[in-house]
Design a protein around this ligand. Sequence first.
Ligand code: FAD
Length: 301
Amino acid sequence: LDAPLFADLAGDAAVSFEFFPPKTAKMEETLWGAIETLAPLAPQFVSVTYGAGGSTRERTHATVARIARETDIPAAAHLTCVGASKGEILDVAREYWEAGVRHIVALRGDPAEAGMPYASHPEGFRNAADLVAGLRTVAPFEISVAAYPENHPDSADEQADIDNLKAKIDAGAHRAITQFFFSPEAFFRFRDRAAAAGIEAEIVPGILPVSNVAQTRKFAGLCGAAIPPWMDRLFEGLDAHPAARQLVAATVSAEMCRRLYAGGVRHFHFYTLNRAELAYAICHLLGKRPVPVAARETVAA
Ligand code: FAD
């Protein structure tokens, strides 16, 4: 790829950040530290995940509502179909709208027990496309949905996965955010297939800066993302060198973002795991610089 050097990157890409709702006061402090560090980069939005089976319903709500109340960053709430009726889920959505939250990341969610086939609640939404259609009846939310450059494990084949994404966009979603991946080529192929299927909505790559390969492999196994062998080689022997591991992690992710940028990507969504420094370093390499407070509202608008 004829990719620009980091020195040539203009900082013209949008960024967004994903957090998870904190469980303890200490974790809450870490999360707010991360938000304070990343806010000056004027993210397009930040999003807060919804624990498996709806286990974080209150915590997700409290976190998103606090971001909406105390910062000028547009906040998005993740919402899944798991373990609740349609009515209950739409009530949660209504509460978000009343709290000033205008953006939902609409997901099906995973079975409560890992490895079991997914079964929807008897009175619930069947899948994410169904949920998107339901949300449209509540309020004119901005809606993001999930996409899988390396296929969702439940999909029959690549085409079924693209058809499913198209169903979500046709139901009213505005953008897709991808599962993490480590092959820019896989992302580009997926983007081409989506375009060929008539999907015009923005497809935003989800970037996971990895500094712990073993932990990432465990998670990747569950969600169908591949960890390439070169990743193991890069982190080999670094267990006792946490600072070096962070530097390698930033380098690997920034290089991937640089190649995605060269391929036309202008919005990157970072899985922060509530840690700001790696995402901040990568954004810096992409040319992002702090935006003065007065100018941030214009960027968000
Ligand atoms: P869907 O788009 O509904 O579909 C998933 C798969 O099922 C697709 O392969 C599709 O082809 C198949 N399928 C759907 N409907 C049918 C049907 N009627 N018949 C046959 N096959 C069908 N999980 C959480 O619990 N909380 C979160 O906060 C969260 N955030 C996420 C954020 C992002 C950006 C991403 C990429 C994933 C996130 N997930 C989260 C994980 C997500 O819930 C799982 O990947 C889940 O297994 C699928 O959700 P989905 O919305 O993609 O499902």
